[in-house]
Design a protein. Structure first.
Length: 231
């Protein structure tokens, strides 16, 4: 029979439409109007999700995120003028009718335990929050799967992932580099480059599988899943 692949997610962007396609395929009723079927080998089809973790605005884990989706909760928060001014928003923007004073913020971004990871406080402060959250979510996903990181046994877990634009570097780190001196630049570079995202996680958790950071614009997450399956 035909198999459900990552390509179906592109053609069915909502949970409801994707569920309908999966249900239809299980019944053997897929027709030409549904997503284009892809043929994949048995080795590619033998994939199971054994653990997961993640953060989202208004949700500390995926269970809370799912509840928010089911209940139609808007996780945006309204920002005060004082908060916006502290963030660098000028009076001209604040007075504009087109300006929307709402934001999507992640809970617990200030709860990174540098000592747990064997990192110095300054090194952690200079690290992009995306990298910090990725480390935390990766550890939680392994625990959820029943895998103990750094257990002493050779762990063949692979890491494929992507991160977004380094806004933290541009807005918070670079303006202070002159005051800190050039000696800090190398550590800052390692803490904010996308290509250190996965290899740092593999190193700190003693994972011996393939490790690759990748970027394909908006499809990066799905490409990471595909490469993980192929590996």
């Amino acid at each position: 029979g035909r198999k459900i692949t990552v390509a179906y997610i592109y053609d069915n962007p909502s949970i409801r439409s994707l569920a309908n396609v999966i249900a239809t395929e299980k019944k053997g009723l897929m027709n030409s109007n549904d997503a284009i079927p892809r043929t994949i080998s048995n080795s590619e089809a033998s994939v199971a999700i054994v653990g997961y973790s993640g953060r989202a605005p208004g949700a500390r884990d995926m269970d809370e995120f799912w509840k928010n989706l089911c209940n139609g909760i808007d996780s945006s928060v309204e920002l005060s003028e004082e908060e916006l001014r502290c963030a660098g928003v000028d009076d001209e923007k604040l007075s504009s009718k087109k300006f929307i004073n709402r934001s999507y913020t992640l809970p617990g971004v200030d709860e990174f335990d540098a000592k747990f990871w064997g990192l110095g406080d300054v090194e952690a402060q200079q690290m992009d929050p995306q990298h910090r959250l990725f480390l935390q979510a990766s550890w939680a996903a392994l625990e959820h799967a029943g895998i103990i990181p750094k257990s002493g046994e050779k762990n063949r877990t692979a890491v494929f992932a992507s991160s977004g634009t380094a806004g933290y570097l541009r807005h918070h780190i670079l303006p202070s580099l002159d005051r800190q001196g050039l000696a800090k630049h190398f550590a800052v570079d390692l803490g904010n480059r996308m290509d250190t995202l996965t290899t740092r996680a593999s190193y700190l958790m003693d994972l011996h599988g393939p490790s690759m950071a990748l970027s394909s614009s908006c499809s990066s997450g799905l490409v990471a899943v595909t490469m993980g399956m192929q590996a």
